[in-house]
Design a protein around this ligand. Structure first.
Ligand SMILES: Cc1cc2nc3c(=O)[nH]c(=O)nc-3n(C[C@H](O)[C@H](O)[C@H](O)COP(=O)(O)OP(=O)(O)OC[C@H]3O[C@@H](n4cnc5c(N)ncnc54)[C@H](O)[C@@H]3O)c2cc1C
Length: 312
């Protein structure tokens, strides 16, 4: 079919194969992350995939521009996607995009926004009134300061102290009444908001391509990430997995659940000697990897570790 717009001919190519909507005709797939927090998939590119394939097809479609048409069986597509992922041929993964609507506390949004490769449009607390919604974990979710990771929390806090923490949050949330009163008295929204705690909720639309989303997920699904943002990252992964299952599996196999070995670690495996590092943290990281890889013979003894530490 042809149409002429402003003297330019637009040719509409008829479909050679049958297509289906990868979101099954739905306008929103949502995961409730906690009380007021949620993340919803609201659109994807491609939105249509050939029947019998998943949106993964768009990765191969782009890659085959460089590698030639070749055969197009689904199994070959899987091999191609896994090859591209292993060899960090990343641009075909950028051909897939996801748009999310995310509702999260501001302390999570601050971490999230550090990922600069997404397109964001956030709720304006200058234009609109902030919601009377605050992140308020349950007693069981209150964590102790980690003793091994200065940036982390671990293990459940005793109930009495956890309750003290929740009372402290209650007090912070009381600010909302004052915020409202000040708005009523005519204080500008852009100033009135600045006394609210970072547990108050914000929301945004967040659009990102699959290559950059995997980078975000690798960092934020990781156990070193704060649990509250990890919950969102896990929710996002659950939303995209049915749409691009092959790419997601490659991500798990070659990125998220893979282990990167340093030159010193390879040397330790080859020689069977303790890792040649006097850095305590590097040695601890090697012990974690060696344990995972069942290389228990390569783990330095406590004596060896102390000797190496003395060299520092
Ligand atoms: C567990 C954890 C702890 C953290 N702790 C802290 C902390 O204590 N303090 C703190 O400030 N931050 C902290 N961060 C944030 C972290 O330093 C990164 O800013 C964040 O993870 C975003 O990573 P990124 O820059 O790789 O991602 P993106 O912004 O998504 O960028 C993706 C990639 O694009 C490239 N890129 C994007 N923009 C640029 C640019 N302008 N110049 C060059 N290359 C670019 C880089 O290769 C980058 O890796 C922490 C993050 C994690 C996961």
């Amino acid at each position: 079919m042809e149409a002429i717009t402003d003297g330019i001919t637009v040719i509409e190519t008829p479909n050679e194969t049958e297509y289906y909507d990868v979101m099954k005709g739905s306008h929103r797939w949502e995961v409730k992350v906690h009380d007021h927090g949620n993340v919803a998939l609201v659109d994807t590119m491609p939105r249509l995939a050939p029947v019998g394939q998943t949106a993964d097809f768009a990765i191969c479609q782009a890659a085959r521009v460089s590698y030639g048409a070749g055969t197009k069986k689904v199994t070959e597509d899987t091999g191609l996607i896994r090859y591209l992922y292993r060899h960090q041929h990343t641009s075909p993964f950028e051909m897939i995009e996801f748009k999310f609507h995310c509702v999260m506390p501001i302390f999570i949004a601050r971490q999230w926004i550090r990922h600069r490769t997404a397109n964001v449009n956030e709720y304006s607390a200058r234009y609109s009134v902030m919601p009377d919604k605050f992140y308020h974990p349950s007693v069981e979710d209150v964590r102790k300061q980690s003793t091994s990771n200065r940036q982390g929390g671990e293990d459940q806090m005793d109930t009495k102290t956890a309750q003290e923490f929740l009372d402290y949050l209650d007090q912070a949330e009381e600010c909302y009444k004052t915020y409202n009163n000040l708005l009523d008295k005519g204080v500008s929204r852009e100033l009135a908001r600045i006394g609210l705690p970072v547990s108050v909720y914000t929301e945004w639309y967040w659009k990102i391509d699959l290559h950059n989303l995997f980078h975000f997920l690798r960092l934020r699904m990781d156990s070193h990430s704060q649990k509250e943002i990890r919950d969102y990252a896990n929710a996002i992964f659950a939303l995209i997995r049915p749409i691009v299952p092959v790419a997601c599996e490659a991500f798990m196999d070659y990125a998220f659940e893979s282990v990167k070995l340093t030159r010193l670690e390879i040397e330790a495996i080859r020689t069977g000697k303790p890792i040649q590092s006097t850095n305590k943290r590097e040695t601890e990281e090697w012990i974690q990897k060696a344990t995972l890889l069942n290389l228990t013979d390569h783990i330095p003894s406590k004596d060896q570790q102390q000797q190496e530490e003395k060299k520092q």
